[in-house]
Design a protein around this ligand. Structure first.
Ligand SMILES: C[S@@+](CC[C@H](N)C(=O)[O-])C[C@H]1O[C@@H](n2cnc3c(N)ncnc32)[C@H](O)[C@@H]1O
Length: 269
């Protein structure tokens, strides 16, 4: 059986800057959510799809025994280097596929993932793997995007079309980039009790994060140009349209809406 369901289309060294920006935008909310879920010094936490391991390192610095898992070996090596440089001793990073994480059953207090399930073909199966690794009473904390909430106001036809292209490309690959809104459903199907849901939605009039989706969508759509799904000319027009919206001091660009979930494995499982 093929177990790698990953459809992550922005891998590689060039993605480090994007992961750093994701950390800058989201880590504040992530830390609050983890504390709300019961994160305390001494807990055993694993971050799935950890990318460059920002959250894993924070958890270790706060006293957790923390492991970051990711399918991308290069990112895992970079995460290890960053942890060594920070002098962290209760952290490790391992290359692993979420479907077969290689963790002992019932060994975790907290499982965390961000922006991972929307890249997977089988998010419910991935959550079942997390479920197995959690201790009875342990929690899964999950933050996932709904990118259909990205928009510009005044309206930008370029943003709208590029977003639509991105969502359709995801569906063609069997992944749901608007899946953040469904994480509570996926968690229930995986056997969890859903204990908390919330969402937040940053908006930018200016500043370094306003162009995040222009950057992300145009990078993802490069592959569609290579595949012949859109022409180079159309790509150029859409990028110019999004850039005009970003550069207008009167235009607000909305980031994706981030959905948050705390779900518990029953104590008597
Ligand atoms: C958008 S990045 C998010 C990284 C990190 N969670 C963050 O918020 O900064 C998605 C990550 O999921 C990882 N990933 C994708 N498919 C995976 C799989 N099947 N198993 C483990 N990691 C996976 C990718 O390599 C990538 O690092």
């Amino acid at each position: 059986m093929v177990t790698v369901g990953d459809k992550y289309i922005l891998p590689g060294r060039g993605d480090h800057d994007r992961l750093r920006v994701i950390s800058e935008i989201h880590d504040g909310e992530t830390r609050k959510l983890l504390r709300q879920a019961g994160f305390i010094a001494g807990c055993r936490l694993v971050e799935f799809g950890c990318g460059l391991g920002y959250v894993t390192r924070w958890a270790a610095a706060e006293g957790a025994t923390a492991t970051g898992l990711d399918i991308n070996e290069e990112q895992i090596r970079a995460s290890q280097r960053l942890a060594e440089r920070a002098g962290l001793t209760t952290v490790d990073f391992r290359t692993a596929n979420i479907y077969e994480p290689g963790l002992d059953a019932e060994s975790l207090d907290i499982a965390y993932c961000r922006w991972l399930m929307v890249h997977l073909n089988r998010p419910v199966e991935a959550m079942r793997a997390i479920y197995r690794a959690l201790k009875p009473g342990g929690v899964m904390v999950c933050e996932e995007a709904d990118i259909s909430a990205v928009y510009a106001e005044p309206h930008s036809a370029a943003y709208e079309e590029m977003l639509d292209i991105g969502l359709r490309a995801g569906r063609a690959r069997g992944v749901e980039y608007d899946g953040g809104r469904r994480i509570h459903i996926w968690a229930k199907r995986a056997g969890f009790e859903v204990v908390h849901v919330a969402a937040y939605h940053p908006h930018y009039l200016n500043g370094p994060y306003k162009g995040f989706w222009n950057w992300t969508l145009r990078t993802a759509a490069r592959r569609l140009v290579e595949e012949g799904a859109i022409t180079q000319d159309r790509w150029n027009e859409l990028v110019a349209g999004m850039t005009a919206a970003d550069e207008s001091a009167d235009t607000v660009v909305a980031h994706c809406r981030m959905h948050q979930l705390i779900a518990r494995k029953g104590a008597n499982q």
